[in-house]
Design a protein around this ligand. Structure first.
Ligand SMILES: Cc1cc2nc3c(=O)[nH]c(=O)nc-3n(C[C@H](O)[C@H](O)[C@H](O)COP(=O)(O)O)c2cc1C
Length: 209
């Protein structure tokens, strides 16, 4: 892999990193990535703490940025959800490779309210709604055939009826207290600007690459 060397040519205008609205630039970067046709512009890596205190990470999709919060949805009996119920501390990282941009957030989660979960679930494609009933996310299953059999059973159970939101399906609101914007620049002199919240006030600092 040593032959792989990327020359970055990104851009980060410090004036756009606003302590009064810390996630405005995140919203703009997601929008830019969508406009540029990047795949999964809302994909983000979510890191949690496992029961042994070791970090665990996986990709999830951002489903809204509001104020200093980011929401995402998942199975509430999954490993990640159990970890977040035990320890609300988490971190999120976005990476838009073709734009040489990344954003990293540190914070804590709170569970979403049931009415918000159900409203979002109702907006999902039917295939995703059925999938939510099929999967006991993060639990072992003997093979692919067993999964397909569960899918066929759930499909038959709902026929043409509306698919209700499973009680085990939900989501979290991640509240950021630290946000770092990164833009790759030539010669590894990347731009990094961090916003940190303490006692309700956000402060801004440029970090060395
Ligand atoms: C691009 C991408 C987006 C994903 N989005 C979600 C998501 O929004 N919610 C989710 O529960 N899993 C999502 N997944 C699957 C998770 O990465 C993961 O496999 C699953 O949630 C189980 O994680 P856990 O065992 O740590 O709970 C996504 C995977 C990828 C690659």
């Amino acid at each position: 892999m040593d032959h792989l060397r990327e020359e970055y040519d990104g851009e980060l205008d410090p004036a756009l990193v606003n302590p009064e609205a810390p996630l405005e630039l995140l919203k703009a970067w997601i929008y830019d990535a969508e406009q540029a046709g990047l795949g999964d512009p809302t994909a983000m890596c979510l890191a949690t703490l496992g029961p042994d205190g070791a970090p665990r990470s996986r990709m999830v999709l951002c489903k809204g940025v509001d104020g200093t919060a980011v929401r995402f949805f998942t199975n509430l009996t999954s490993d990640k959800a159990e970890q977040l119920h035990a320890d609300a501390r988490a971190s999120l990282t976005f990476w838009w490779s073709d734009m040489d941009r990344s954003t990293r957030l540190t914070g804590r989660v709170t569970p979403l309210e049931r009415d918000e979960i159900e409203a979002y679930f109702a907006s999902r494609p039917r295939s995703s709604q059925i999938g939510a009933w099929v999967s006991d996310q993060s639990s072992p299953i003997e093979d692919r055939d067993a999964l397909e059999a569960k899918h066929a059973e759930v499909h038959a159970r709902f026929h043409d009826a509306d698919v209700p939101c499973p009680p085990h399906w939900g989501g979290f609101r991640f509240h950021a207290h630290e946000v770092e914007y990164w833009a790759g620049r030539p010669a590894r002199l990347h731009d990094r600007i961090r916003l940190t919240q303490r006692d309700g006030t956000w402060t801004k600092a440029r970090l060395q690459p």
